[in-house]
Design a protein around this ligand. Structure first.
Ligand code: 6AU
Length: 268
């Protein structure tokens, strides 16, 4: 059976990475494939979103470097909320340098990302060394990495052979690379000796039920297009939720739309 036709829980067993299995199971437990892109710039707003939206999401996605009053207590409180509401934390760092540099960026500096973020992401642009560097830090901590195989923005250069190479890099590092940021489930010819396609998670940004895009190149599609037509696993929604007058009501709508599309995909 193709991976996207199996339930999230059934797929959990084929991942050795504990973060991937945990995510897949908690999605079915909480009945949500919604991730919030919490792109707010104060500690108070970020924690408020995590607390009020926590029950409806599987992944809380941060851009920690946009928080003006960042401090260690923010991390402590965010981790407590992740426990309380059972969601994973994803720092959307988009690493893009050589292995030796990203290793330090991931573990050191002001943010110590590896110490609190279950998932992070990286551009495959520099080549496989970026994965090796991040893996040295992240694997002992059971973290998971997503590669940016495609982007949602207009004119993105991440397409075609570039995206396919991202999949091949991921196959060679399946202990740490749990999936992709992408716009659709990618189908790449099997490597010599491979009998079936490896399963990977696809987390997809550029989701809105109201807008076709923004003024800076972002392009939006609906939850149904992402989960059903493009066979991705998680919808990542930012302004469509936190920018609304009632974020909890909006999160409920996106959660229901994403879940209905998943059930349709499974044929239930
Ligand atoms: O829903 P929005 O447009 O308000 O926010 C989308 C979020 C932002 C982006 O930094 C991020 O998703 N994003 C990413 C990620 C998650 O890596 C990749 C991409 O191709 N497009 C994109 O918007 O936090």
């Amino acid at each position: 059976m193709p991976h996207h036709k199996s339930s999230y829980t059934a797929r959990a067993a084929s991942f050795k990475n504990p973060t991937a299995s945990r995510l897949l199971k908690l999605m079915d437990e909480k009945q949500t494939n919604l991730s919030i892109a919490a792109d707010v710039t104060t500690k108070a707003e970020l924690l408020k979103l995590a607390d009020v939206l926590g029950p409806y999401i599987c992944v809380f996605k941060t851009h920690i470097d946009i928080v003006t009053d960042f401090d260690q207590d923010l991390i402590k409180q965010l981790e407590a909320l992740a426990q309380k509401h059972n969601f994973l934390i994803f720092e959307d760092r988009k690493f893009a340098d050589i292995g030796n540099t990203v290793k330090h960026q991931y573990s050191q500096g002001v943010y110590h990302i590896a110490s609190w973020s279950d998932i992070t992401n990286a551009h495959p642009l520099p080549g496989e060394g970026i994965i090796k560097g991040l893996k040295e830090v992240g694997l002992p901590l059971s973290r998971g990495l997503l590669l940016l195989a495609e982007m949602s923005s207009a004119g993105s250069l991440a397409k075609g052979a570039y995206s396919e190479e991202a999949v091949r890099m991921a196959r060679r590092n399946r202990d740490f690379v749990i999936g992709f940021i992408g716009q659709r489930r990618l189908s790449v010819p099997l490597d010599a000796g491979q009998e079936q396609e490896d399963d990977f998670l696809y987390l997809t940004p550029g989701v809105s039920m109201a807008q076709p895009g923004d003024s800076l190149g972002q392009q939006y599609r609906s939850p149904e297009q992402v989960i059903l037509e493009s066979e991705c696993d998680v919808i990542i929604v930012g302004r469509g939720i936190y920018g609304a007058a009632d974020p909890v009501a909006k999160a409920t709508e996106y959660r229901e739309a994403g879940w209905a599309a998943y059930q349709k995909r499974l044929g239930v």
